[in-house]
Design a protein around this ligand. Structure first.
Ligand SMILES: C[S@@+](CC[C@H](N)C(=O)[O-])C[C@H]1O[C@@H](n2cnc3c(N)ncnc32)[C@H](O)[C@@H]1O
Length: 474
C-alpha cells in the first residue's frame, strides 16, 4: 500500500461531498437506458460504496430509501467514525460502515448498485486491480457498478502541468507567480492568454485548478497518485472481470460536449462497436473524466429506451434550456413539466395529463412513440430529468421550517446539507447555525428575527424559499 495515499486520508481532511452523478435514482434510469432490464429499483436494493469517506454521499441515499440496505467501506477510521456518528444521529438503521482496506476486504453479500467515486485513479495499481476485481465479484446478476476515473488523451495535458505548477510554486525565482499551487495556476491562466487552442486549454485547466482550491486539489490533481487511462483500456480490464460497459452514469455524458453535431451521425455505424465509438468520442472531445456504468456480461439486456421502458420513469424539468419544438404534443408535455417544476411526476401521469390536454386528437400509439422519442433525446441533452420515482417538492416555505434529521445533523456538525436531488449545498460561513435551528419548533418569523441579528445582509425569507425549492426544508 502506498503510504503517501494512506497518510493523506488518515488525517481525514477530505471534504464532505455528495455526488449527484451517483444518485441511484438517476443511475437506475441510465442503466435501464443501457438495456439493463432487471436492475432492482432503488427503493428495494443493496448498495455498496467503496471509498465512502465520511459517508456524505451514501447517508442521504440511505435516508431517502429506508427499505434498501447500504454499506460504506473506507480505510480511514476517522472518516468511518464520523459516518457512523451521522447515521446514529439521523436514526438510520439501513446503513453500515466498515473501516477496512479494500485490498483485503471480503464482501459478505452481493450488491445491486456499486459506487466507486473518486477512488480508481487516486489509488496505487494493486488497489485499482482490487476495485475492478470487487466489481466482478460482488455485483448481483442484474446489478450495476458506477466507477469514476480520469481519461486519456484528455487528461494528459493536465498531468503534464501538475509537476510544472508544483516546481514553480516551490522555486524562489518564480516568487512573482505566487507561492501556492493555486496562485501559480492563477498566474499561468492569466499569462496563457487563450489566443491559440493550446493556450485556451492551459487557461481552462489552470482556472479549474483555482476553482478546486486548496480543499480539493491535494486529493485530486495534486494527489500522491492521480492516474488516467484510455477508455478502451479500462473497458478491457473490466471485460477481463466479466463486466460489460453499459453507458455513462449521466445520460447526457453519452454525448460529450463540444463535438460537431454531424459527428454523431457520421459515427452512428460504430454503434456496433461501442468501445471504439466511445474511445473516438473521447479523442474528439478531450474528455478528462468518466463515470461509467458496468454490468455483468451475462446480465439480461433489452433494447434500451423503448416506450415501455420510458414509462417506468418519473420526469421533471432539466437544467439545460431546450430549443423550441414544432410538435403540439411535445409542447403540451413541456408546458406540464414547467408547471410542476421543481417536482417530478410519474411518466404515466404526465402522459395521461398531456393526452387530456390534447383531447380528441390524442392517438395513444403514435403520440406515445413521439413523446418517448423526444423524452429520450431531451434527457440526453440534459433538458429533462429522468428518475426512478416521482419527487414532490413543495416550493413554498413552511410556517415552521424543518430539515430532515440527517440534514439537521450535517448542519450542526458544520457539514454541507444535501438537497433532494443529491446536490451538496454550500452557504456562507455561519449559515449552518441557522439551518441547525430549523427543526420544526421555531416559526419562520422567529428564525428571520434571529437571522437579522446575526446576518443583517441575509434576505431570510428569500433564502428559505430557495431552501424549499431545493427540497431541503419541509
Ligand atoms: C478521493 S477520496 C473519495 C471519497 C468519495 N468517494 C468522494 O468521491 O468524494 C478517496 C477515498 O478512498 C479511500 N481509500 C483509498 N484507498 C483505500 C483502500 N485501499 N481501502 C479503503 N479505502 C480507501 C480514502 O480513505 C478516501 O476516503
Amino acid at each position: 500500500m502506498n503510504d503517501a495515499v494512506r497518510e493523506l486520508y488518515s488525517e481525514n481532511r477530505y471534504p464532505d461531498l455528495s455526488h449527484p452523478v451517483t444518485d441511484i435514482s438517476r443511475l437506475w434510469v441510465s442503466a435501464r437506458a443501457g438495456g439493463l432490464e432487471r436492475l432492482p429499483e432503488p427503493a428495494a436494493c443493496r448498495v455498496l460504496e467503496l471509498g465512502c469517506a465520511g459517508g456524505q454521499n451514501l447517508l442521504p441515499l440511505a435516508a431517502r430509501y429506508p427499505k434498501s440496505e447500504f454499506t460504506g467501506l473506507d480505510y480511514s477510521d476517522t472518516a468511518i467514525r464520523k459516518a457512523r456518528q451521522a447515521s446514529y444521529e439521523a436514526g438510520l438503521h439501513n446503513i453500515r460502515f466498515e473501516a477496512a482496506d479494500l485490498e483485503h476486504w471480503r464482501p459478505s453479500h452481493p450488491c445491486d448498485f456499486l459506487i466507486a467515486h473518486g477512488v480508481f485513479s487516486w489509488v496505487p495499481d494493486e488497489v485499482k486491480t482490487r476495485v475492478l476485481d470487487l466489481c466482478g465479484q460482488v455485483l448481483s446478476d442484474n446489478g450495476v457498478a458506477c466507477i469514476s476515473y480520469n481519461t486519456l488523451p484528455g487528461w494528459s495535458l493536465r498531468s503534464g502541468l501538475v509537476p510544472l505548477v508544483k516546481a514553480l510554486a516551490n522555486n524562489p525565482a518564480a516568487a512573482g507567480l505566487g507561492d501556492s499551487v493555486e496562485s501559480v495556476a492563477a498566474s499561468l491562466a492569466d499569462m496563457a492568454g487563450g489566443g491559440t487552442a493550446h493556450a485556451a486549454n492551459v487557461q481552462a485547466i489552470c482556472r479549474d485548478m483555482v476553482k478546486k482550491g486548496p480543499t480539493v486539489l491535494p486529493f485530486d490533481d495534486f494527489a500522491p497518485v492521480c492516474d488516467a487511462v484510455y477508455f478502451a483500456q479500462f473497458a478491457s480490464w473490466a471485460g477481463e472481470r466479466g463486466l460489460r460497459y453499459l453507458g455513462e452514469a449521466r445520460l447526457q455524458d453519452n454525448l460529450p460536449d463540444g463535438i460537431s453535431p454531424h459527428a454523431f451521425d457520421r459515427l452512428a455505424p460504430l454503434a456496433t462497436d461501442p468501445i471504439l465509438l466511445q474511445q473516438t468520442l473521447d479523442l474528439l472531445s478531450g474528455r478528462t473524466h468518466r463515470n461509467s456504468l458496468f454490468c455483468r456480461v451475462d446480465a439480461m439486456l433489452e433494447d434500451g429506451m423503448t416506450t415501455g421502458v420510458v414509462m417506468n420513469f418519473a420526469a421533471g424539468r432539466g437544467l439545460v434550456e431546450l430549443p423550441p419544438v414544432e410538435s403540439r404534443v411535445v409542447g403540451l408535455f413541456r408546458q406540464l413539466l414547467e408547471e410542476i417544476a421543481p417536482s417530478c411526476l410519474a411518466m404515466q401521469e404526465l402522459v395521461e395529463r398531456t393526452a387530456d390536454r390534447l383531447g380528441a386528437g390524442w392517438e395513444p400509439s403514435r403520440h406515445g412513440r413521439e413523446l418517448t422519442g423526444w423524452i429520450y433525446q431531451a434527457a440526453r441533452l440534459g433538458g429533462i430529468e429522468l428518475r426512478s420515482e416521482p419527487l414532490e417538492i413543495r416550493s413554498h416555505s413552511m410556517a415552521a421550517p424543518r430539515l430532515s434529521a440527517l440534514n439537521l445533523h450535517f448542519a450542526a456538525a458544520g457539514r454541507p446539507v444535501v438537497d433532494a436531488r443529491h446536490f451538496p449545498c454550500r452557504f456562507p460561513d455561519g449559515h449552518e447555525r441557522l439551518l441547525a435551528a430549523m427543526n420544526g419548533s421555531r416559526a419562520a418569523d422567529e428564525l428571520a428575527e434571529h437571522a437579522r441579528a446575526e446576518f443583517p445582509e441575509l434576505d431570510f425569507h428569500r433564502w428559505l424559499a430557495h431552501l424549499a425549492e431545493r427540497g431541503i426544508v419541509e
